[in-house]
Design a protein around this ligand. Structure first.
Ligand code: ADP
Ligand code: MG
Length: 700
């Protein structure tokens, strides 16, 4: 493998000594490559930088000018204010930083300063910068020559992520001195031919990086970003495609034979027709299962879209081929609920559904384990942990994992370590936009249930200010009087003076004593012991409780079709997807249902609630959630604390994502381990990015 000079320590670059190298390492810049990829976090040009003379009080302004004078001013209250007067060719203005006298050592006369903030009136016009950057140091220039204002005009100002130890102007200087060399070196890493670049619509690598560090225009910088976004998405998809190859093609899959012996009677006994989306998804699943290749598929669908029945049909197909099927649920309650539905559907067809959870007693457990081991038991549902660890199967064919999203990072499935390897179907009730699904789960094939069964009444959703809480209680009382059940959800368990949130425990006391004294009010939260939690949930399920006061533990809960109101307190504290999940707990029966969000919310939280109120479409909600939060939240900090996607934006770059995935799959299909000479650079770069997660085969 060739060694790129971009992998040399940053210390070998011009202008970097041991001390500076240490400071750079503090910002995660260790290799020459890291400096080259340390691109500006924002750009300012003539359209955003305003001439000082025209600024008016109240403007939100970005200005660039030379520091003409500066100093620390004490106030009567003992607060010390650092002030700098900056000047461009139109005039001057004061910038003030109250309580930051130490800036006196950083901002000096002669520096070229960029400052952003609102213009106020305080002994004349003044900006208290929200943000500032020293674009050029007066010291570095050997003292500013008066009247030299080149650089404040016409150009694009770039602002790097900087630190106390490595200020803005140092980064600019380092890149100025080294950029040409670094660009020459990165040219050797170009893995796209000019033809491919044209097809994808991205510039060359060196050109892109040059555009990012020294753009001719804002559009130029955006073209550069797109190229780096492409690289990120492409290598992410190469990694996924490789993982997919290993888990589907490189292992022995099962080719299920379809006889319709069970599938047809199941269709006939259903009592409803599958939606078009369910039928389409089933065709995708059947095609996978009847092929040699192993199925590794994710099924996404909104709450109530009917994922369970899809899973049941897949399990029937497995059984028609004489294989065993497993349905895993995240909680005992869900496992029991699944067991009941399965028994209702399959019992009449002569198939017994087994159940295995922490509550299963020793004798029953022994019976279930024996039936699975000798092959007489065909279907089992249970909790993830239980089924994964200990169970022996005679002829395991299909593993279905429900509510996968509860587990965050996908667990390695012990069940998949057998030969032949069972097919897997992973179901998630938290819809996420397709682009995000491809980024996170690109190694899985994706099926989407984007249609609800007919006749569903949308849950009537309201957003009330706390001052109108009485209206919500009136609604609750009306529904209770009609024999319906109600959830009341709080973001916290215990008392929290600081935030003055209504906490579940306190409110439970109040609600049952004062608001709903004639009804049975239960309390459910994550700090209760598991058994107690179960008991409360079971009581609500059985109708022995009318009101369930809870924290968000009910989110992935249970199907109580008699529940018609979901009341959410401090709704501003919940994320959009979380709110949608909570709402999904009602609207499960034939009656009209209500979701009432109580919140005093402005800004982002207000926007969330407006979106929440306006749509029931889980995918629309997910897209809005992604747009508002950014994808970083979804990825977590998986790559050594660095974001997986620094340049790509899943909302903006959907075209790139699709193309990246198609090309990655085609490449891996032809050359799974990237051993062909024309893939050598791809292989090297892929290893550089994901080496720790990859298992690429070597030559020989
Ligand atoms: P989820 O996707 O949230 O797991 P479920 O599988 O629990 O949804 O289905 C929700 C309800 O919708 C169940 O009561 C199920 O019987 C019913 N259902 C599923 N598919 C259909 C359909 N095509 N027509 C009518 N009702 C359906
Ligand atoms: Mg479900």
């Amino acid at each position: 493998m060739s060694f790129s000079r971009l992998d040399f320590p940053v210390q070998y670059l011009k202008g970097v000594g041991p001390r500076r190298a240490e400071h750079l390492a503090g910002m995660d810049i260790r290799k020459a490559r890291d400096l080259l990829y340390h691109v500006p976090r924002r750009y300012e040009d003539a359209s955003t930088v305003q001439p000082v003379a025209g600024l008016e009080v109240g403007d939100s302004a970005v200005v660039v000018g030379r520091v003409r004078s500066s100093g620390v001013i004490p106030t009567r209250k003992g607060l010390r204010i650092f002030q700098a007067v900056i000047e461009d060719e139109t005039g001057h203005i004061t910038c003030a930083w109250p309580g930051q006298p130490w800036l006196d050592r950083r901002i000096r006369k002669g520096d070229l300063l960029l400052a952003a903030g609102t213009v106020r009136f305080f002994h004349g016009r003044q900006i208290q910068p929200r943000e500032f950057a020293i674009l050029e140091s007066g010291r570095a220039r050997g003292g500013a020559s008066e009247g030299d204002d080149a650089g404040t005009r016409g150009a694009i100002f770039v602002v790097y992520p900087a630190s106390e130890a490595v200020p803005q102007w140092v980064l600019r200087q380092l890149l100025e001195r080294n950029l040409t060399t670094l660009l020459r070196q990165v040219e050797e890493e170009e893995y796209l031919s000019p033809g491919e670049r044209r097809e994808i619509g991205v510039p060359g690598l060196a050109e892109a990086l040059s555009s990012l560090h020294a753009p001719k225009s804002l559009e130029d910088a955006e073209r550069g970003r797109r190229r780096l976004a492409w690289d990120e998405l492409h290598f992410l998809q190469l990694m996924h495609a490789h993982a997919r190859h290993r888990s589907t093609t490189a292992v022995n899959g099962i080719r299920f034979g379809r006889t319709n012996r069970l599938i047809r009677p199941l269709h006939e006994s259903l009592g409803f027709r599958l939606t078009d989306a369910q039928a389409r998804v089933l065709r995708e699943i059947y095609a996978d299962m009847t092929a040699d290749r192993r199925m590794n598929r994710m099924l996404q669908g909104d709450v109530g879209a009917g994922k369970t029945i899809v899973a049941v049909f897949a399990m029937m197909l497995a059984m028609e081929g004489g294989r065993q099927a497993v349905l895993m649920a995240p909680t005992e309650l869900l496992a029991e609920q699944h067991a009941r539905s399965l028994q209702r559907l399959l019992g009449p067809l002569g198939v017994e559904t087994l159940l295995l959870t922490g509550r299963t007693d020793a004798r029953e457990r022994a019976r279930v384990l024996a039936a699975l081991a000798d092959g007489s038991g065909l279907v089992v549902t249970g909790t993830h942990a239980l089924i994964q660890e200990t169970v022996e199967f005679a002829r395991l064919g299909l593993v279905v994992v429900d509510e996968q999203h509860r587990f965050g990072v996908r667990q390695r499935m012990v069940l998949s370590q057998r030969d032949p390897t069972p097919d897997t179907l992973i179901m998630s009730a938290t819809p996420i936009p397709r682009s995000l699904a491809l980024a996170l789960y690109g190694d899985l094939d994706l099926s989407v249930l984007d249609e609800l069964p007919p006749g569903r009444k949308p849950v009537e959703t309201r957003w009330l200010r706390p001052s109108r809480r009485a209206e919500a209680y009136r609604l609750v009382r009306d529904e209770l009087a009609r024999g319906r059940q109600v959830y009341v959800v709080y973001p916290l368990v215990g008392e929290s003076d600081k935030l003055r949130l209504r906490s579940a425990t306190e409110e439970w006391e109040r609600l049952r004593a004062e608001e709903f004294p004639d009804f049975r009010v239960g309390l459910l939260h994550g700090q209760l012991p598991g058994e107690e939690r179960d008991a409360v949930m079971r009581a609500f399920l059985a109708g022995d409780l009318d009101v369930l006061v809870a924290t968000s533990v009910v989110e992935v809960g249970i199907d109580v079709s008699n529940a018609t109101v979901m009341l959410i307190e401090n709704a501003e504290r919940f994320g959009l997807s979380q709110l949608h999940q909570l709402r999904g707990r009602v609207g499960r029966g034939a009656d009209r249902s209500y979701c009432v969000a109580i919140a005093d919310a402005e800004d982002a939280a207000g926007e969330r609630l407006r979106v929440f109120r306006s749509t029931h479409d889980g995918f629309a909600i997910a897209r809005a959630d992604l747009a508002m939060r950014g994808e970083g939240d979804f990825f977590g900090s998986r790559q050594h604390g660095r974001p997986v996607l620094r340049f790509a934006d899943l909302t903006l770059d959907q075209d790139l994502m699709r193309a990246a995935r198609e090309r990655a799959r085609a490449t891996i299909d032809r050359d799974p381990d990237l051993l062909a000479p024309e893939n050598a650079m791809r292989r090297q770069l892929l290893t550089g990015r994901f080496g720790d997660r990859l298992q690429l085969r070597s030559v020989g």
